[in-house]
Design a binder for this molecule. Structure first.
Ligand code: Z5A
Length: 217
């Protein structure tokens, strides 16, 4: 495949199965000849992973929502410059465990930051870069929390309340409505086999989208 690669992000509340299913989609794409780079946010670079540690660690003092927001976009700026843009320009596909849709969900939905504030930072940090495709794994909050809690120690986000995660879920579903052209919503409350059948279908759609794009360029 030639030309610029596709940029895909996988989203959802905690414990919905992003990491598990990102691995499935990666294998599906590789099996179909795609050169894919898998990454995550916050993180993806050494600087970004250091910022991730700062964001997730439990702290005695409350973290100001604007401080949190700026740390997320600082990590994202480095991620784009160091990894995402070079990979896409080289024709690779980038599969990211979360991107700015998570900021609209967690910081706007969860913390109450204004959408316009995030939109301003999005324009500053990303320029025209937006995901080509966004996969939202959606499940009732109680299911995701139960799955995540099985893992033991909870980080700063995982310690949030049920109401916080309900707001995050609603904000994701709103994003999916606003950006229906690039969003595919998968019911992640189903068994892993069914979820992955749905993912394989989306994977096939992505492959045909890229073939179509290559033919046009
Ligand atoms: N954050 C933010 O606030 N703003 C931003 O802009 C960004 C991020 C980018 C870290 O993200 C935090 O950063 C995140 C929001 C914030 N905090 N929260 N919450 P993260 O993505 O690293 O953290 P996470 O959401 O907690 O992801 P996770 O812990 O890796 O969960 P997951 O990837 O969605 O789930 P999983 O590990 O693949 O699966 C969990 C378990 O469920 C596992 O045992 C699986 O085997 C099982 N599972 C998965 N699917 C199924 C099905 N279908 N059936 C049964 N069992 C299943």
């Amino acid at each position: 495949m030639s030309g610029r690669g596709l940029f895909i992000n996988m989203e959802g509340g905690e414990g919905v199965g992003k990491s598990t299913n990102l691995g499935f989609l990666e294998n599906f794409l590789r099996g179909n000849g795609v050169d894919v780079v898998v990454t995550r946010e916050p993180g993806g670079t050494r600087l970004g992973e250091d910022i991730r540690d700062l964001l997730l660690q439990l702290r005695e003092e409350p973290v100001d929502p604007t401080a949190e927001l700026l740390l997320i976009f600082a990590a994202r700026a480095q991620h784009i410059a160091e990894l995402i843009e070079p990979a896409l320009a080289a024709g690779k596909w980038v599969l990211s465990d979360r991107f700015t849709d998570a900021t609209y969900a967690y910081q706007c939905g969860g913390r109450g930051v204004k959408r316009e504030t995030v939109a301003q930072l999005e324009a500053l940090v990303q320029g025209a870069l937006r995901p080509d495709f966004t996969l939202l794994l959606d499940a009732p909050v109680s299911i995701g929390m139960r799955r995540a809690q099985k893992r033991g120690d909870l980080d700063r986000f995982e310690q949030e309340t049920l109401a916080f995660f309900e707001r995050v879920r609603s904000a994701y579903l709103r994003q999916a409505e606003v950006h229906g052209d690039r969003y595919r919503v998968i019911d992640a409350s189903q068994s892993l086999v069914i979820v992955q059948q749905a993912l394989a279908k989306v994977g096939t759609e992505l492959l045909s989208k890229q073939i179509h794009r290559s033919a046009q360029s």
